[in-house]
Ligand binder design. Structure first.
Ligand code: PLP
Length: 286
């Protein structure tokens, strides 16, 4: 069945949705995005995504396509029209187009392009992958230096995911100057002797919406947290590890570069954080 998508003010069947070939999102990856989960037909942490979208746009001197209230309305309408119970809403804002290709930005009155579509993912919260845990490889982090801005420059993370799949693994953690930055599409953590370790926020990683929520939950559960740099070797000798993201929530990690963590099954802290996160975020969903 064809989806209804949103493009620059119109709700359209996906076959009829069109964007200019001169759009800078297409030509220059001059665009930012957000992915919001839907559980029980409601949006998870919409506020967090709206705040980060605004920050990404501001950092790139890109105009806001509409108000936060209008954005919420579009999200809700797409969820309703496409009858999404569990799934995702993808949102992309680009710098638009003035009808030609140029490295210089178009004039400031060029309207941004805005596109949203839903992805139906029944069983998202109860994923078998989370029960098994993920196998991770490490790869060098060769991305640009403003990873705190959620741009659509996703070629290298996409290649990283394929490198993992090629060797029978699920995902890759990226390493820069000997220290783990983050996963291809998630933030990275390990747990040793009850202490949760994750890299501190900076321009080197995306400031995960789920990271913020999960660290708050961990703090409330009296768990110790250390925000510091860490190596793959340290994570390999951990009791357990996990990743967080808006679309996979808390995902346990059971293997890193061929080394099995603990018993090779999802660890108790990752499992508990996943349960609490899913429970709390569904209660707060709008
Ligand atoms: N890091 C990267 C590189 C990501 O692409 C993502 C999500 O797409 C995350 C971290 C997790 O962020 P969030 O929890 O906001 O989904």
């Amino acid at each position: 069945m064809s989806r209804t998508v949103y493009v620059n003010g119109d709700y359209l069947p996906e076959e009829d949705a069109k964007i200019s070939i001169f759009d800078r999102g297409f030509l220059m990856a001059d665009a930012v995005y957000e992915v919001t989960s839907v559980l029980g037909g409601k949006l998870i942490d919409f506020e967090g995504h709206a705040v980060r979208l605004k920050r990404s746009l501001d950092e790139l001197d890109m105009a806001e396509p509409c108000t936060k209230e209008a954005l919420l309305e579009i999200h809700r309408k797409l969820v309703e029209l496409n009858e999404i119970d569990e799934g995702l809403v993808y949102l992309q804002v680009t710098r638009g187009s003035d009808g030609d290709r140029d490295f210089a930005f178009p004039s400031e009155d060029t309207p941004p392009s805005i596109v949203l579509f839903t992805q139906n993912k029944p069983g998202l919260a109860n994923s078998p992958a989370a029960k098994k845990g993920a196998k991770i490889i490490s790869i060098e982090d060769i991305r640009w230096g403003r990873r705190d801005i959620k741009t659509v420059q996703l070629l290298y993370p996409s290649m990283g995911k394929m490198m993992a799949k090629k060797v029978g693994c699920d995902d890759a953690w990226m390493v820069e100057d000997g220290y783990v930055t983050e996963g291809t599409s998630n933030n990275a953590y390990f747990v040793k002797d009850g202490v949760i370790v994750t890299r501190p926020l900076s321009t080197e990683i995306l400031h995960g919406i789920t990271r913020k929520a999960v660290l708050r939950i961990a703090e409330e559960a009296q768990l110790k947290i250390e925000e510091r740099l860490f190596t793959i070797e340290e994570a390999q000798s951990a009791d357990e590890a996990f990743t967080t993201s808006a679309s996979a929530f808390v995902m346990p990690v059971v293997e890193i570069d061929g080394v099995t963590l603990g018993e090779g099954v999802p660890g108790p802290i990752a499992k508990r954080l996943r349960e609490i996160y899913l429970d709390e975020s569904q209660k707060a969903a709008i």
